[in-house]
Ligand binder design. Structure first.
Ligand code: GLU
Length: 361
């Protein structure tokens, strides 16, 4: 079983996995998980991505309301997070395991230099033999800049640190098919799989099966195995190994390097570049995108940001990091490379997106 063969394992715990119906931290269950980590995790690096800050904050502050305004949930998360991290730290300490807290915002994973910084922090925690306990930085996340669910966050973390496995423990046994049987293995995220999403949400979590499939997409591109398994009973890793009840999303065999894996699994694109047929052909032959082939752009983006490249019929062709900002591209679109300097008034690269910064879709 793959959890056994993995070297770097991310375990994602949904709110209902770590917080009970009364709003209390599930010490017994988390203790049983830590015991499993100790037993099966020799020589492996683990990361815990845990939700539950808002749920614990609500309990502590005696706030029962279900619909809470974002500004208030930021404050509640601040109160809850300190408890959440404290609970983990106390339990890890009992087992003489070191731990450290990492709070992540989308900017930390979606900007390349910051993503590298995040990876280094994880690497150094592994060197210190400390288990990183991760959550979204809910206290500063706003509606526009927010993961909102820890499924995609966990997948992005798994991809950035080069994990070989992500296990999502939630309150379901896996992905169910129409006859309520568990889909054991998924090799491709096609229409059939997407038709199985019912999107029933639990009491606290913000994710559903849809965000888990988004996470699977990131993992499959990143060469990381993803499992959805039940986190209701104690000793969840042991149960996975023994009973093998889960859905396994098998990654594509990919020749992409770490940088390209990061590009393709970015959460969203900042803009769209429309290109002509000639440029589309060049792209399919592995060439860079030149200004001459650009028809128009949509959106406003900076140099280095992730953009989507489409043909004139809006077919998705590639994703890449722009070498110019959107205003510059708007000025030089359709121009030959030698005209770029005159148009912009300064010398720059001649590619709009270099082939090394682009992944075909
Ligand atoms: N970050 C949120 C929390 O700790 C949970 C997000 C989610 O439900 O996935 O409460």
């Amino acid at each position: 079983m793959l959890v056994n063969n993995s070297k770097k394992i991310v375990i994602k715990l949904g709110s209902s996995t770590v917080v009970d119906g009364k709003g209390k931290f599930k010490k017994k269950w988390v203790t049983s998980l830590i015991k499993d980590i100790k037993k099966y995790g020799q020589g492996k690096n683990f990361v815990i991505v845990s939700s539950g800050a808002i749920a614990l904050g609500q309990k502590y502050l005696k706030i029962k309301k279900k619909r809470i305004k974002l500004e208030m949930s930021q404050a509640i998360a601040a109160v809850g997070q300190i408890h959440l991290a404290g609970e983990f730290q106390k339990l890890f300490d009992k087992f003489k395991i070191k731990s450290g807290q990492i709070l992540i915002s989308p900017d930390d994973t979606e900007q390349r230099n910051r993503a590298i910084n995040v990876r280094n922090t994880f690497d150094n925690l592994f060197k210190l033999k400390a288990i990183p306990v991760v959550n979204e930085n809910d206290t500063t996340a706003t509606a526009e800049i927010k993961y909102g669910d820890n499924d995609r966050l966990a997948a992005r973390v798994a991809q950035i640190i080069g994990a070989d496995t992500l296990v999502i423990f939630s309150d379901v046994d896996g992905l169910y098919d129409k006859s309520k049987n568990i889909v054991k293995t998924v090799y491709k995220l096609d229409e059939k799989i997407y038709s199985l999403t019912s999107n029933i949400k639990n009491k606290y979590g913000s994710g559903g099966i849809t965000t888990k499939l988004d996470a699977a997409k990131i993992c499959m591109h990143a060469g990381c195995n993803m499992f959805i398994a039940n986190g209701k009973k104690n000793n969840p890793l042991k149960a996975m190994l023994k009973y093998k009840i889960f859905t396994h999303f098998v990654p594509k065999i990919s020749s992409l390097d770490a940088r390209k894996r990061w590009i393709i699994s970015s959460l969203s694109s900042f803009g769209i570049i429309f290109i002509d047929d000639g440029a589309a052909k060049a792209l399919s032959n592995g060439k860079s995108l030149l200004a001459a082939g650009v028809l128009k752009i949509k959106g406003s983006f900076d140099k280095g940001e992730n953009v989507l490249i489409v043909d004139k019929d809006e077919n998705h062709l590639a994703r890449g990091l722009a070498s110019f900002n959107s205003k510059e591209i708007d000025k030089i679109k359709g121009k030959q490379s030698k005209e770029i300097e005159n148009t912009l008034g300064y010398f720059s690269k001649s590619e709009i997106i270099h082939k090394d910064n682009m992944v075909k879709l």
